[in-house]
Design a protein. Sequence first.
Length: 392
Amino acid sequence: MKWRKYTIYTTVEAEDLISMMLMEHGVEGVQIEDNVPLSESDTKGMFIDILPEMAPDDGTSRVSFFLHLQEEGGAEAAPDADEKKEIGGAVGAEESEKATVGNSKVDIMQNSTNASADAADNSYQIADRLWTEAEISELLKAVEQELSDMRAYTEIGEGRIEVGETEDTDWRNNWKQYFKPIQAGGFLIKPTWEDIPNEYAADAASGALKVIEIDPGTAFGTGSHETTQLCLRAIEKYIHGGERVLDIGTGSGILGIAALKEGASYCMATELDEMCEPSIMDNISYNNIIEDDFNLLIGNVIGDDAVIRAVREMAPAGYDVAVANILAPVIVMLAGAGQVDGFVREGGIFITSGIIDTKEADVVEAFKANPAWEILEINRQGEWVSVVAKRR
């Protein structure tokens, strides 16, 4: 698979116009990088613990887009040597082939999502239209003409287009080489495509280690992150058998699966992102979980009456254990009066993580402010924190 990245060096003033122009010419997603500070409206609802440190806004912007190459015969483009060139000017040697987000604010339109330092890694989320060389040539001619026309009514800056070709790599799957089996307490988290390592084989066979098969796909939760490991250890401690569990923001489903493997009788899992659903249900199947034991509900337990009602209906007497591995600002809300305390029975347990250490005090204060909760323990791993509370 080969993707070609094009970057237009322009201004903040022109970035939206250029983005719209590209969409009109059939480009299915763009990445915008600038140093405009995030406003309150930008961050509202984003639940970001740590905002990026941004360089001073100099008015410049980079608008990038990716095209999936196709040979004239209809197949994907054959492997080729990496190349980098520029349309309409010279390329400085210090300029990188791939976009580095660094301190920039990143905005993705249409089908793309937030870019990482290697934006092509998210190519599985860009619609797979295949472009021939002839189509690309026509597109670039049209874009150059549009940029020239824009100069008459807006400041577009350099207007330079740079092109960098990615390696012939399967961006959907190359991350898998970094996801290896990992032990977290009494659990062995194993990618579905990996064998159980020899050093774990005996314990896995005897049941001393409970094996969880995971293919996260586009969902969060491989077991490798400190926050997930903190939750897994708490699940191992507080699940004794027969519990009804509420997994808020289930991601890949790993924590709900772990609870069932540990002996829970039922898990209600909620998730905001409907794109996670196929991955979650696949993981349920990989782990031989009976479908009736795991229900998935796409929606928000904060403020959505239909979701709240559905969650309560599945455990009228209250859940024995709730778990939320999200982010500190969300947990602060969930710890508030009338939130998770309305789902958990008296004496029930609420396991939380996803809390960066700089936000620990905020979460602790939220639990202390709600008389329904008693904090049982606070655990730390690296810079991450888990708070476990009991429903009074």
